[in-house]
Design a binder for this molecule. Structure first.
Ligand code: URP
Ligand code: ZN
Ligand code: ZN
Length: 506
């Protein structure tokens, strides 16, 4: 279009143009301009006329804004502690790190009904969020009313994924309850996310450690033995295969667990999995710091060793692991979080979790993409597109495509940053990545066409983020492999009837 004419016809102008960047779309890199109108992507590539507002992206990467599908915001944890971020601080922090959508948890604890939990989280988020958000439901109380009425209603109303725990005394479901939830998810088309750790293994080791006076943070890593994760992951997969439903294992930490997932996928199981920055960039040694400082690095499952880090990288690279999320679980290094009993706090009493909502993408951009472990399309898939598909946000979110929401981050790959807690916008008060130098930063961040971060300044109003009613998960289908037990048994008449595949009950 001729520039002069375009500027004379006001309504033809784009609300925003991002000019001269390297735009990453689904499978392609396009050099040129990107035009935004009414909050959506309206033109990709070529040379566009000036918009009502222009952002110079010369020499920059223009990528989809990230989707963080695992973060804890204004939520009471499995151990009963309130995390340090509310929906304002968490979404501001996410935006500064290039994330434009979050899917945190609305957490049911025992005794709470699903409708009351969802109403409570919806109200708090609507008042504060500066970027778009949806919710997964944490399900701790799968009683008859929840399973027969409240959960199906929530799923039909856009809460199309739920998280269940196999550990934490206050949250864990028994296997028989997990089967009920999985069968319901199958019937309603929801995705079940599982925190897989064997509760009894952890309790058994922890009790023996405490009895012998081994209370320091590093013993958190000993109590949460890698086998506790691997055993529970295998069991969760088996339960899901029994009722023939997809499953997503969250925050995968260990090399054996990656292998169990890979093998299950090879057998045709619809198993998906996620990992997080802490499993790429931290190890158990970080929990072994003077005094109680190691508490700042305690999360569940804990970070392991260099071999496990490599296994997680391999899983992300070969697609065994589909998403890379923060599992942002911010707790302050004081009596509200990490040190409820001050200096006398044992590893069993400190809040589990590490902050990471702002650094999730910059860490992977620097250490994954710029160091050549993954290409730019893998970076986009792991941080945005795969989340959008699995959690029912595609095609509106997660990709640069015509008609999609204009959620965009403009990355300067040259910029070097030495990480400090002071530069971050969350309320944890510390970062596990203090002092590391990384390369690349999202300097301009756009949410639904609004420039929300520019010049290291926030330009978004409290409460301007929108709630996302999510659709059905778009999951890869893997067929059972011929000659395997599952292929031979899973279509048996009796089982089919039991899991509601439409045949008569035997
Ligand atoms: O340690 C962690 N990951 N804390 C957050 C809660 C959870 O289980 O995801
Ligand atoms: Zn978890
Ligand atoms: Zn979590």
């Amino acid at each position: 279009m001729d520039t002069t004419i375009a500027s004379l016809i006001g309504e033809e102008r784009f609300d925003l143009t991002i000019r001269g960047g390297r735009i990453v779309t689904d499978g392609r890199v396009i050099e040129g301009d990107l035009g935004v109108r009414d909050g959506r992507i309206a033109a990709i590539g070529g040379s566009l006329p000036p918009g009502l507002r222009d952002v110079d992206a010369t020499g920059r990467w223009v990528l989809p804004g990230g989707i963080d599908s695992h973060c804890h915001v204004e939520q009471r944890s499995g151990m009963g502690m309130m995390c340090a971020d509310d929906f304002y601080s968490a979404t501001v922090s996410a935006a500064f790190g290039g994330t434009t959508t979050i899917v945190p948890f609305a957490a049911q604890h025992r005794g709470m009904s699903v409708p009351e939990v969802l109403a409570d989280y919806s109200q708090r988020a609507a008042e504060k969020a500066v970027i778009d958000y949806g919710f997964h439901l944490i399900l701790a109380n799968p009683d008859a009313t929840t399973l027969s009425q409240d959960l199906p209603a929530a799923i039909r109303d856009g809460i199309t994924s739920l998280k269940v725990y196999m550990t934490y005394d206050r949250m864990k479901l028994e296997d028989i309850e997990l089967l009920d939830v999985l069968a319901l998810a199958r019937a309603e088309g929801a995705l079940v996310m599982v925190h897989a750790e064997n509760n009894d293994m952890i309790r058994w080791i922890a009790q023996r450690l405490i009895d012998r006076g081994h209370t320091a943070p590093k013993f958190h890593g000993v109590a949460h033995d890698p086998l506790a994760e691997t055993e529970a992951a295998y069991r969760a997969i088996a339960l899901a295969r029994l009722v023939d439903v997809p499953l997503l294992l969250v925050h995968v930490a260990g090399g054996d667990t990656v292998e169990v997932i890979r093998q299950a996928q090879l057998l045709g199981a619809n198993v998906l999995a996620e990992s997080c920055p802490q499993y790429l960039f931290l190890t158990a040694d970080d929990m072994d710091r003077p005094g109680l400082e190691g508490a700042m690095f305690c999360c569940s499952p804990p970070a392991r060793d260099a071999d496990a880090q490599e296994a997680i990288w391999r899983g992300l690279i070969d697609g065994t692991l589909a998403t890379y999320s923060s599992d942002h679980a911010p707790y302050r290094f004081d009596e509200t979080g990490k040190l409820p009993k001050g200096d006398a706090t044992t590893f069993k009493e400190m809040a589990n979790g590490v902050p990471g909502i702002e650094l999730r993408m910059p860490l992977l951009f620097s250490e994954g993409f710029l160091k050549g472990r993954i290409d730019i399309h893998q970076f986009v898939a792991l941080t945005a597109t795969n989340h959008a598909k699995l959690y029912g946000l595609a095609p509106r979110k997660g990709a640069i495509a015509l008609g999609a929401d204009a959620d965009i981050a403009v990355w300067n790959a040259e910029r070097e940053t030495t990480i400090t807690a002071a530069m971050l916008h969350d309320n944890a008060g510390y970062t596990p990545y203090e002092g590391r130098t990384i390369q690349g930063w999202p300097e301009v961040v756009v949410s639904r066409g609004r420039v929300v971060v520019e010049d290291n300044t926030l330009h978004a109003e409290r409460g301007s983020g929108a709630y996302l009613r999510r659709g059905a998960p778009d999951l890869p289908r893997r067929a059972p492999v011929p000659g395997t037990d599952r292929q031979n048994r899973s279509h048996g008449r009796v089982l089919k009837a039991l899991i509601g595949l439409g045949e008569d009950t035997p």
